[in-house]
Design a protein around this ligand. Structure first.
Ligand code: HEC
Length: 257
């Protein structure tokens, strides 16, 4: 009986954990691993803006380039820094001890981050940094309270102001309000972007973060693209095989009747 209860708990646990995590309103995004242009833009943004601090140690440049359709020479020329080569893992030079001293918490490796946090979480987190003078870097995050990461994309998104108390922010989330396509402003939520302070419009910024998270989703499960492709072939093979098996069966039964 005990064993049964334990097994039941193990089966239900993921659902309970997910339910707890989904209490916070996140904005949703659906990764599209077949959109190579999006994955390529995402990789460029990741390498330029995130890899100063966050490694992707379990992923190699070469595999990434092949999977998302980038030629090796372009990757070597524009996306690989320092002494690293195309067949190396996506490591960084910053030491964990130094980083812990500078940021309080060291920036974690992000290879499996999309699987750990989920893509909705990442998509929301990266868009909801806001100015908060009480914090060491002058920024806070709607989803990750008192985060140790500086707002590294502020020049793209613009300066974000929080109009709510922290309780309201927690209940309502960041940018879940509606976007007005004419003025580029959002309404009905706690965070607002100060017009003219970022180099991208809110829609362009959302797209850039979509691409970035799409790329992180790919890195979290690099074989997925391949398995989907192989899966299609397997189904085609099975269909053809079933047809011949059926013909064979008919042939045998003809003799028996
Ligand atoms: C200047 C260094 C720095 C840069 C650049 C940087 N980060 Fe971070 N990041 C951090 C630190 C430090 C933390 C740990 C924050 C904490 O635990 O309080 C962090 C945390 C995170 C987390 C949360 C990890 C977790 O699950 O706890 C994510 C996701 C993340 N960063 C993504 C990114 C992405 C994507 C970029 C590029 C757009 C980026 N970071 C650029 C320093 C950086």
């Amino acid at each position: 009986m005990k064993k049964f209860l334990f097994a039941l708990l193990m089966v239900c646990l993921p659902a309970v954990v997910q339910a707890a995590a989904s209490a916070y309103p996140t904005d949703s995004m659906k990764p599209d691993l077949r959109d190579q242009a999006s994955l390529q833009r995402g990789m460029a943004l990741y390498v330029n803006r995130c890899m100063g601090c966050h490694s992707m140690e379990f992923q190699r440049f070469e595999r990434t380039a092949d999977d998302i359709g980038l030629p090796h020479d372009l990757v070597e020329e524009y996306l690989i820094r320092g002494d690293l080569k195309i067949h190396d893992q996506m490591t960084i030079a910053m030491s964990k001890t130094d980083a812990a001293g500078w940021f309080g918490a060291p920036p974690p490796d992000l290879t499996l981050e999309a699987r750990l946090r989920g893509t909705d979480w990442l998509y929301t987190y990266l868009r909801t940094f806001y100015r908060d003078d009480s914090r060491p870097w002058g920024v806070n995050n709607a989803l990750f309270k008192d985060v140790g990461m500086p707002n590294v994309l502020e020049d793209l998104q613009g300066v974000v102001i929080n109009n709510c108390t922290s309780e309201e922010l927690e209940a309502r989330g960041g940018f879940s309000g509606t976007l007005d396509p004419l003025t580029g402003t959002r309404s009905g939520q706690c965070l607002t972007v100060q017009a003219g302070t970022g180099s991208m419009s809110p829609a362009e910024f959302d797209q850039a973060i979509y691409d970035l998270v799409n790329f992180m989703a790919y890195v979290g499960e690099p074989s997925r693209l391949q398995s989907e492709r192989i899966g299609t072939y397997v189904l085609i093979f099975l269909a053809i095989f079933t047809f011949f098996a059926y013909l064979l069966k008919r042939e045998y039964w003809r003799d028996i009747h």
